[in-house]
Design a protein around this ligand. Structure first.
Ligand code: SF4
Length: 211
């Protein structure tokens, strides 16, 4: 089985297993996902969803956040950890959206990547979830699982994993595939030394590398 054949089989099985996989950060506008994804670094999505409710009660739109004192943003986002740098990034990002993009989130990967606090993972998430464009989100679950599955070989660096996956994942499948990896990584292919291979729907196609 080639890597591409394995990838296609895994995609189909995960579709059946997790038909409704989606981003677990709550948002109803693109800029809110930018805020949430910055807060989600080293924090659970569940906690971020609680914290942003409080944040948007005080600062309900891009202009309000752009004008807010950084210390005030930091006070509210503190429970997500790394409060100071996250608050600074959110403030700078909202100022950029207001001043350079007329309050819109740009539908362009490189422009997203140039926003304060936005890395490849976040830019891909926005491209896929907000705009429905091809995207591959290499978070911790994705990197662990694609290595175990044998879709990449011992690559841990997110940008390199992304590059390898682009070669074997059909572009239109990338975004949903990555959401399903998160669900599978939480439920079955956990970060434990021994994931639950005995009850995994992929056990006959997975290489179980390093397991
Ligand atoms: S077979 Fe095991 S290592 Fe492979 S995806 Fe399933 S749980 Fe993970």
């Amino acid at each position: 089985m080639t890597k591409k054949q394995r990838a296609l089989e895994i995609i189909e099985r995960l579709k059946k297993k997790y038909p409704d996989s989606a981003c677990t950060l709550d948002y109803d506008q693109a800029w809110k996902l930018l805020v949430s994804v910055r807060l989600a670094a080293q924090c659970t999505d569940a906690r971020v969803n609680v914290v942003v409710e409080e944040l948007y009660k005080v600062f309900p739109d891009i202009n309000a956040l752009a004008e807010a004192p950084v210390e005030e943003i930091e006070r509210i986002v503190h429970p997500c950890g790394l409060g100071n740098s996250k608050a600074r990034d959110i403030s700078a990002c909202m100022k950029t959206l207001r001043d350079e993009y007329g309050g819109r989130v740009p539908e362009d990967f490189d422009r997203l990547l140039a926003l304060p606090g936005v890395g490849r993972k976040s830019a891909n998430l926005i491209m896929g979830d907000v705009f429905g464009n091809p995207a591959i989100v290499t978070d911790t679950h994705c990197i662990r699982l694609v290595n175990r599955m044998g879709l990449v070989d011992g690559i841990k660096e997110p940008a390199k994993v992304e590059k390898e996956l682009w070669k074997i994942i059909p572009p239109e499948e990338g975004s949903d595939f990555c959401h399903r990896l998160v669900d599978h990584g939480r439920a079955v292919c956990t970060a434990r030394t021994h994931p639950y291979c005995d009850r995994c729907c992929l056990q006959d196609v997975c290489k179980k590398a390093g397991v």
